[in-house]
Design a protein around this ligand. Sequence first.
Ligand SMILES: [Zn+2]
Length: 262
Amino acid sequence: MVSFAGEMNLPVKTVEPSADPSPTLVNAIPSASDILSKKQVPILCYHQIRDWKPTDSKTSRTYIVPPAAFAAQMRMLADSGYHTITPDQLYGYLISGKRLPAKPIMLSFDDTDLDQYTVAYPEMKKYGFTGVFFIMTVSLGRPHYMSRDQVRTLSDEGNTIGSHTWDHHNVKKYEGNDWVIQLDKPTRLLEQITGKSIRYFAYPFGLWNTAAFPELKKRGFVAAFQLNEKPDPTDPLYCIRRIIVPGTWNGNTLHQWMLRDF
Ligand SMILES: [Zn+2]
């Protein structure tokens, strides 16, 4: 049996010799290059879903999608036959080749903004779409942010809750107790709220380095999401690409980008 587990730094699956004389197919963990060679699932990243204010800068409008634009983007996805998938489905596809629905797409939301719950989610539900919500726990219950009950509801209704640290500090600068503050405590809180284990992480600002990978693995995270940098060639599961959808894109622009970028 050839195992790539060392290279991937994942637990090695040991297989007991079988009494059955027929050849046993071993589910080897795929190598990093196997994972990288798979067709990428488009993963979209959203922040605030609200109308622009005159005070919003050009840069911040990149992160703010007006509700009408979001509605048009969701309608395009539904009309074009896309199916939202969960991070667990994506992981199963990447690690063990599990089948995905036709035209898979993943919708992800960062930063705990309340309008993700009040504006985006109702729009998604019209089409039976689900998403992954990466929660920054310091904001829970604050004005303009989601409450614990809202996060629980999202989880109960089939969405995935992931971690986006405690207060959005750059992972590349963590030292000493920072991992405990930014990962351990927020993860425990999210597990308490959802009653489920928290297995997925999104890097604040999309910023990552390979030093973060063992820290995430130690804490039970099986994959992590960045933004649009080239993935690490040795451990691509810990720097999965996403694109930020700007508020200036209509359904057609989004579709063209998805086809071109993934
Ligand atoms: Zn963020």
